[in-house]
Design a protein around this ligand. Structure first.
Ligand SMILES: Nc1ncnc2c1ncn2[C@@H]1O[C@H](COP(=O)(O)OP(=O)(O)OP(=O)(O)O)[C@@H](O)[C@H]1O
Ligand SMILES: [Mg+2]
Length: 364
């Protein structure tokens, strides 16, 4: 009975390894290989306090120009909320004091939008990927400062960065002072429309690639024939660009390889640790691959046509709605089409149910 189950393989991660993956630690080393970003560091205490507060309050300052969140809302007969009455000075009652917590940062963010245009935010390690539902476009694309606040406030991943980033580290208790001196940063990445099919996660162990996974877990028929092209590009990129500059020999690195498949873009570093999503691999598998004994080349794993259903319930799916529904929200014609499709599906299902009943009756 003793060895009936294989033990879970240990994947040890140190505080230093996690810190190496903080955006500001690696970004300056990879200029020209990673999309443009601005790092704001240190963050004012008032902003961290704001992020930790329950509830979502948005600033509504008239000083720096109007926000679309307030531009069209006014107190009129059609929307007589009781809250409005509390505010006699014409200001939105919700937002009166928020901006006072971090006025300089608020201004800096607005200036950054003016310089950079649309952008996507990230805290020290994590982006608010689980909170896209809160923006009208259902993506991480922000066009104004309030989009940034909404995403960050609505995300559990951001809370994790603030409260539990180092919990998994084996040497954490021996370095308690590190927790106190953790300096968080806000990263503002210039937005570009990337094709999720061409994003990959590269697992590097002891300076060798041990596996690569597609990052978006949908099936794309054109990826398989390109596997060798991707592997050649990745081998060169990790060997020549990443390994000489990244301080660790084991890490997980996210990349983007757009057409015409000549250049690899670095998106992010993550610790080689269980809390990093292993996507199409399992951590047990990754932990037990010995890079010195890899029999053949590493595997670039793609979602196959016949196993899409396995990944049908995706990460953050509790926060997602089908794309058709999201699109339909802004398009009346799409709503009509969606309703028609839905009706057809219901009819089909009813037909199936009644034929099941009939065959059931026959069997009885
Ligand atoms: N500059 C950008 N413009 C548009 N989209 C971007 C940009 N940078 C990143 N993204 C998108 O945001 C996603 C999340 O980014 P990133 O990998 O940095 O987040 P993360 O929170 O570290 O994710 P994980 O938890 O999986 O490590 C990427 O997969 C990519 O699709
Ligand atoms: Mg990451």
């Amino acid at each position: 009975m003793a060895n009936e189950y294989a033990e879970l393989s240990e994947v040890r991660v140190s505080v230093q390894q996690v810190r190496n993956c903080a955006f500001s630690q690696w970004y300056p080393k990879f200029a020209g290989h990673t999309p443009q970003a601005k790092i704001i560091r240190p963050l004012p205490d008032g902003f961290l306090e704001y992020l930790e507060q329950d509830g979502i309050k948005l600033p509504n300052d008239s000083q720096f120009g109007k926000s679309s969140y307030y531009a069209e809302i006014g107190n009129n007969e059609d929307n007589e909320y009781s809250d409005w009455e509390a505010s006699e000075d014409g200001e939105h009652p919700q937002g009166q004091d928020v901006v006072q917590l971090f006025p300089e940062l608020h201004k800096e963010l607005k200036d950054t939008f003016r310089e950079m245009g649309p952008l996507t935010p990230k805290l020290t390690w994590s982006s608010p990927k689980d909170a896209t539902w809160i923006l009208a476009n259902n993506t991480l694309k922000c066009t104004e400062v309030n989009d940034v606040y909404l995403l960050l406030k609505a995300s559990n991943y951001i809370t994790h960065d603030l409260d539990r980033a180092l919990t998994e580290c084996f040497d954490r208790s021996s370095t308690p002072e590190i927790d106190e001196h953790l300096q968080h940063e806000l990263v503002l990445r210039k937005w570009f429309d990337l094709n999720p099919a061409l994003e990959f996660r590269v697992f590097v162990k002891d300076s060798a690639i041990i596996g690569v996974s597609q990052r978006d877990l949908n099936y794309y028929d054109y990826l398989d024939p390109l596997s060798e092209t991707f592997k050649d590009l990745l081998d060169e990129f990790i060997e020549d660009i990443v390994l000489p500059k990244f301080p660790d020999s084991s890490f997980v690195c996210d990349v983007y390889i757009p057409r015409p498949f000549e250049k690899v873009w670095l998106i992010d570093f993550n610790p080689f640790a269980r809390k990093t999503d292993s996507l199409l691999f399992s951590w047990n598998e990754l932990a037990t691959i010995d890079p010195y004994k890899l029999e053949s080349d590493y595997e670039l794993r793609l979602v196959q046509e016949n196993n899409v259903a396995r990944f049908a319930s995706k990460e953050h799916s509790e926060n997602q709605v089908p794309k058709e529904v999201a699109d339909a929200i802004t398009n009346p014609k799409a709503i009509q089409e969606l309703a028609e499709k839905w009706g057809e599906l219901l009819k089909m299902q009813n037909a199936e149910d009644s034929s099941d009943d009939e065959s059931g009756e026959q069997n009885n």
